[in-house]
Design a protein around this ligand. Structure first.
Ligand code: SF4
Ligand code: SF4
Ligand code: SF4
Length: 220
C-alpha cells in the first residue's frame, strides 16, 4: 500500500492549505498583543512562520512557557523549542505628554491595536484599557512626547497577567485584541498632516524645543 506523502512531498497547493489550517490553530493560542517581540509583525505572521517550520516555538515572550508548550502540542512533539525563552519584562503602558503633542497621528498609525485616540492637529491620548505596552508608538513620535510607565491595576496587561494564554478571561481579551488589530488593518490609511504639509517641520521643531526647555528647567 503506498505511503501517505509527508509534508514536504505534498503538492504545493495541498501543503499551503495544510499550513493555513495549522497557522489558524497556532494563531488561536497566541496572546494577540501584536507587539512584534517575536520578531514578526504580529501574531498571525508568527503563526504562519511556525506553521511553515521557519520559526522556533518559543519566541512569544508575553505568552511565555505556557504558549510555547501549546505550540509544541499543536505542531507535534518532535519539534522542540530551541534556546531560552525571551524575557517579557514588567508590564508597561504608554503615556503621552499632551503639552508636546502636535497631532501628527504617527502614533495612531504605529499602534497595532488602536489604543491611541486623537484628531489630526489635536492632542492625542492613550487608551490605557487597551494599551499592551508594546512601545511601538514611542519611536515614530517626532516630538518625543510618548513614554512608557509601569502598568497600573486598571491596565490591559494587569488584567492579562498571570497566565496569558490559558485563562478564559485572557482568551476573551486576546480575541478582542485580534479584532481591534484586524479592524485597524482593514481601515483605509488616515490622512497624515505631516506628510500632507499641514504640520511643518518648523512646528515640529518648535514642539521639540519646548520640551527640551521644560526638561532643562526641571533639572535645575
Ligand atoms: S504576542 Fe507573541 S506572537 Fe504576538 S506579536 Fe507579540 S510576541 Fe509575537
Ligand atoms: S506621534 Fe507624538 S506628536 Fe504625533 S500625535 Fe502621537 S503623541 Fe502627538
Ligand atoms: S499605545 Fe503604544 S505601547 Fe500601547 S499598544 Fe499602542 S503602540 Fe503599543
Amino acid at each position: 500500500m503506498p505511503r501517505k506523502p509527508g509534508r514536504s512531498e505534498q503538492p504545493a497547493g495541498q501543503q499551503a492549505h495544510h499550513e493555513r489550517l495549522l497557522a489558524d490553530r497556532i494563531d488561536a493560542v497566541l496572546p494577540q498583543l501584536q507587539c512584534g517581540r517575536c520578531g514578526y509583525p504580529g501574531c498571525r505572521p508568527y503563526a504562519q512562520a511556525v506553521a511553515g517550520a521557519t520559526a522556533a516555538l518559543n519566541l512569544c515572550a508575553p505568552g511565555g512557557a505556557a504558549t510555547a508548550q501549546q505550540l509544541r502540542d499543536i505542531v507535534g512533539g518532535s519539534e522542540e523549542p530551541t534556546g531560552e525563552l525571551p524575557i517579557s519584562g514588567p508590564a508597561q503602558v504608554a503615556a503621552i505628554d499632551e503639552r508636546d503633542c502636535v497631532g501628527c497621528i504617527k502614533c495612531i498609525e504605529a499602534c497595532p491595536v488602536d489604543a491611541i485616540i486623537g484628531s489630526r492637529g489635536q492632542m492625542h491620548t492613550v487608551i490605557t484599557e487597551w494599551c499592551t505596552g508594546c512601545g511601538l508608538c514611542v519611536q515614530p513620535c517626532p516630538t518625543d512626547c510618548i513614554s512608557m510607565h509601569p502598568a497600573g491595576s486598571d491596565s490591559l496587561m494587569a488584567r492579562l497577567s498571570g497566565g496569558l494564554a490559558n485563562r478564559p478571561q485572557a482568551a476573551a481579551l486576546a480575541e478582542q485584541l485580534r479584532q481591534r488589530h484586524q479592524a485597524k488593518k482593514r481601515r483605509p490609511p488616515l490622512r497624515n498632516p505631516v506628510r500632507e504639509g499641514e504640520l511643518s517641520a518648523a512646528e515640529l521643531a518648535a514642539a521639540a524645543m519646548r520640551k527640551a526647555r521644560r526638561r532643562a528647567g526641571a533639572k535645575k
